[in-house]
Design a binder for this molecule. Structure first.
Ligand code: TNX
Length: 474
C-alpha cells in the first residue's frame, strides 16, 4: 500500500497483514513540552506510562534529545510510538494526523494503518512568507496558515509586516505607525494591524507547532507607510500621501536625514523585543531610485542595528552587493539578477534560502488570465513549483550554504482568505515536499496522486484550493 503522505517520508514500510490501530478510546503519553498540543491535536486524554498496561490502544511520544527534526513512527498491535527530538516529535505528529485523516482502504475512519516510518528533512529552513502589508490578514487566517504549514512539515513563517501600503505591527516606540498606516491598504480597503498581544499569540501558536516566526520590516525601500505616518522621515518634512496602489520601487528613506537612523533603531529594537527567534528580516529589495553607495550604507546600518539587538539579519538577495556579516541569511528571489554577490557572501559564511519567483512565488497566476495574481515571474502551475532541485537551482552556490526553500505569497491582488488559500494550494504542498523530501524520492505524478487524496482534508477543513488540471485532470 502506498500511503498518500505529503511530504513523502524517507522510508515507509507497511507490514503485511498488520492490524490498524484505532484512535478511538486511545490514551496519549507525551513529554511535557508537547503534551498539551498533542492532546488537543489528536483529541486524546493524557495518561502516564504506568497506565499503558491497561490501555487497549495508545499513542506514546518519547523524546530523544539531540535528534533535530528526525523521527520514527511505528503503528501496530494497539500502539503508536513516535520517537524523536522535541521538533521531531512535532513532525511525527504531523504525519500521524495525516494518517488519521486520510481515507485509507486498509484502515477504518479514525484509525491509523500498521506502518513503520523513519523520516527527516532534506533542508533545515522550510518556509512560507506571507505579505500582510498589501492586504491585511489577521490572527484567525494566520492560524489557519500555520495549521497548514504544520501539516506539511514547514517550519518558518516569515511575515512581511510593512510595505508601501501599510504598517501591520504595533511598534510601541512609534505608535503613529499603526495609528496612521495601520488603516491603509492596497485598493483603499480598511487595512488593519497586529497588536503586540496578537503577535505574541501567533508566535506562541507557531512555536507550539515547531514553527519559527521571522518578522520583516522592509527597509530602506518599500517604506511609504512609514513616510506617510512619520513626517520627519521625508526630506520635505511633510508626510507622504498614503499609497493604495501596487507599484514598487518608488519609496525610500534617506541616509543623510538625521531622523532616519534613530527611527530604524527604534523599530528594529521593538521588533527584536517581540521576537524569540534568531532572525529579523530587514528587507533590502527593489530600492530602484537609490545610488549604490547610499544603498550599501543602509544595508550596513540595518545589519549593525540588528547585531545590536542580538539577532541575525535576513535580507532579500540584492542586499548581498553591500557585503554582509557572516551570520546573514540571504533570500534569493530574482533569478534574472547576477548571483555573484550572493555567491561571494555565501563563501564568507552567509546562508541562503531559495525563493525563486518562477517556482515558489505563490502570487504568480496559475495560467494566463487567471483571476488572481501577477505574472512577472511567469505562470506558475503546480508542476513548476514541484519539478526542480534546489541544489541545482543556483549551481554556483556552495551546497552547504543552501539551508532551505521559502515559498512566498504577495498580496497585491489577494484580498480574501479564500483567495489566499486558493493561491497556496496545491502549490504550498509542492514547495513543502521540495524542501523536506529527498530529491530521488520525488515524482510529480506520484505527488499529484497524493494531492488528490489530501484534497479531501482541505474540503473538510474549508480550505479553498485551485483544482489544478495537472493534478485533478481537465
Ligand atoms: C517583488 S520579491 C517584490 C514584492 C512584490 C512581488 C510581487 C520582492 C523581494 N519584492 O514587493 O510584492 O514582487 O510578486
Amino acid at each position: 500500500m502506498r500511503l498518500p503522505l505529503i511530504p513523502v517520508p524517507r522510508s515507509v514500510q507497511v507490514p503485511d497483514g498488520g492490524a490498524p490501530v484505532p484512535l478511538d478510546g486511545a490514551v496519549l503519553v507525551a513529554p511535557p513540552g508537547v503534551a498539551a498540543y498533542a492532546a488537543g491535536l489528536l483529541g486524546l486524554p493524557l495518561a502516564e506510562v504506568s497506565d499503558l498496561a491497561e490501555a487497549s490502544s495508545a499513542v506514546v511520544l518519547s523524546e530523544q534529545p539531540g535528534q533535530g527534526e528526525e523521527y520514527t513512527l511505528r503503528a501496530g498491535e494497539g500502539r503508536i510510538e513516535v520517537t524523536g527530538g522535541a521538533h521531531g516529535l512535532l513532525r511525527g505528529l504531523a504525519t500521524l494526523v495525516q494518517l488519521r485523516d486520510l481515507d485509507l482502504p486498509d484502515a477504518p475512519a479514525g484509525a491509523v494503518p500498521a506502518v513503520e516510518i523513519s523520516d527527516g528533512p532534506r533542508f533545515a529552513h522550510r518556509g512560507l512568507m506571507v505579505d500582510i502589508a498589501r492586504h491585511f490578514f489577521g490572527v484567525p487566517t494566520l492560524e489557519r496558515v500555520i495549521d497548514l504549514m504544520a501539516r506539511y512539515q514547514l517550519n518558518v513563517l516569515h511575515l512581511h509586516l510593512t510595505d508601501d501600503q501599510g504598517w501591520r505591527i504595533e511598534t510601541p516606540s512609534r505608535p503613529e505607525l499603526t495609528e496612521i498606516s495601520g488603516r491603509t491598504e492596497a485598493g483603499g480597503g480598511p487595512g488593519g494591524f497586529l497588536t503586540g498581544e496578537q503577535y505574541a499569540h501567533l508566535v506562541g501558536y507557531a512555536t507550539d507547532r515547531g514553527i519559527a516566526v521571522i518578522p520583516e520590516i522592509d527597509m530602506p525601500g518599500h517604506c511609504n507607510a512609514a513616510l506617510h505616518a512619520v513626517p520627519e522621515l521625508n526630506s520635505s518634512g511633510e508626510a507622504a500621501p498614503a499609497n493604495t496602489g501596487i507599484d514598487v520601487g518608488f519609496s525610500m528613506l534617506r541616509l543623510d536625514n538625521p531622523a532616519t537612523a534613530p527611527f530604524l533603531t527604534d523599530v528594529f529594537t521593538d521588533l527584536a523585543a517581540i521576537t524569540p527567534g534568531e532572525y529579523l528580516h530587514v528587507g533590502g529589495d527593489e530600492v530602484w531610485k537609490m545610488g549604490e553607495e547610499e544603498y550599501a550604507g543602509f544595508i550596513d546600518l540595518l545589519t549593525g542595528i540588528v547585531a545590536e539587538t542580538g539577532k541575525s539579519p535576513m535580507l532579500w538577495g540584492e542586499a548581498a552587493v553591500a557585503g554582509l556579516p557572516g551570520d546573514a541569511l540571504i533570500q534569493l528571489w530574482d533569478s534574472n539578477k547576477d548571483p555573484a554577490p550572493i555567491v561571494a557572501a555565501a563563501e564568507q559564511g552567509a546562508k541562503v534560502v531559495l525563493s525563486p519567483g518562477k517556482r515558489v512565488y505563490l502570487d504568480m497566476q496559475y495560467h494566463e488570465g487567471y483571476r488572481l495574481g501577477q505574472h512577472w515571474a511567469g505562470y506558475v502551475e503546480t508542476r513548476d513549483s514541484y519539478d526542480w532541485d534546489p541544489l541545482e537551482y543556483a549551481p554556483a552556490l556552495p551546497a552547504e550554504a543552501v539551508v532551505g526553500v521559502e515559498a512566498a505569497i504577495w498580496t497585491e491582488t489577494i484580498v480574501t482568505e479564500d483567495d489566499l488559500f486558493t493561491m497556496l494550494l496545491p502549490r504550498l504542498a509542492a514547495a513543502a515536499e521540495v524542501a523536506w523530501s529527498a530529491q530521488e524520492d520525488r515524482d510529480f505524478d506520484d505527488f499529484a496522486a497524493r494531492v488528490r487524496e489530501q484534497a479531501g482534508i482541505w474540503r473538510a477543513r474549508g480550505y479553498a484550493f485551485y483544482p489544478s488540471p495537472q493534478v485533478f485532470g481537465e
